[in-house]
Design a protein around this ligand. Structure first.
Ligand code: URA
Length: 241
């Protein structure tokens, strides 16, 4: 391991997306979803039921390898859902999504948007860690996807942000590269008779850590600005790069 590289990345990460201020007295908006007829406590109960099903799940080989399941967490009325690929070592140890280095960077992206982690919902395509952080296998995705589909259906966000190629390709049912998918809104269909949900694909924060260029950072920030505009939220001012 290149210790200098890790130390440099850590320092850079500390600065990344932390140079934004929010103009005026902006407060995170009330999380509301007027089309839903379920109460928040009913939604929480349903989300807990899904988490319990995930805890019991042995549909694929990952079930016997995990330390903890990582069903996802956040606001049951979130306007934005961030979807990653699958838990890594830190997530597997804690049973929570995006708590390692990629998660710290995601926290900064969320903060740069003027939001808190509790405003959004954070989940993954896979609910259990693939060994050695290998890519999810098609059979694992097929087994696991119904849990995420149910979570999306319940939360019914206005925008899904797919982090990285695996999340974007799975949710959009395409093989296109992330470079082609990112930066524009796509449509995610959560069920017959339901209007499509806008989906923005962007780079995964783990990819960003490995490819930490100003261009890639700018691209992610541009993608997030489009999400904020779509939601009618103010775009926090960037005071330094
Ligand atoms: N990467 C992911 O895709 N998901 C996590 O929860 C953490 C890292």
């Amino acid at each position: 391991m290149d210790i200098n590289k890790v130390a440099r990345q850590h320092l850079e990460m500390e600065n990344f997306f932390s140079g934004f201020t929010i103009k005026g007295n902006f407060e995170a908006p009330e999380q509301q979803n007027t089309e839903d007829d379920m109460t928040v406590s009913e939604k929480i109960a349903e989300l807990e039921k899904i988490a319990e099903e995930v805890h019991q799940c042995r549909k694929c080989g990952l079930g016997s390898l995990r330390t903890n399941t990582v069903p996802g967490e956040g606001n049951p009325n979130a306007r934005i859902m961030f979807i990653g690929e699958g838990p890594g070592a830190d997530e597997d140890a804690q049973g929570r999504p995006f708590v390692g280095r990629a998660g710290q960077l995601l926290d900064k992206v969320i903060a740069a948007c003027g939001l808190k982690r509790t405003d959004v919902f954070i989940g993954n395509i896979l609910k259990c860690r693939p060994p050695d952080n290998r890519d999810p296998r098609p059979d694992e995705i097929i087994s696991c996807l119904p849990y995420l589909q149910k979570q999306i259906e319940l939360i019914n966000p206005e925008v899904i942000v797919a982090l990285g190629a695996h999340a974007a390709r799975t949710l959009l049912n395409t093989n296109k590269p992330i470079g082609q998918l990112r930066g524009q809104f796509h449509e995610y269909y959560s069920g017959i008779g339901r209007p499509p949900i806008k989906l923005m694909a962007t780079y995964h924060t783990a990819y960003l850590l490995r490819n930490y260029s100003p261009e890639n950072r700018r691209r992610v920030w541009e993608d997030m600005q489009k999400v904020l505009t779509e939601l009618g939220l103010p775009i926090p001012e960037q005071t330094k790069g």
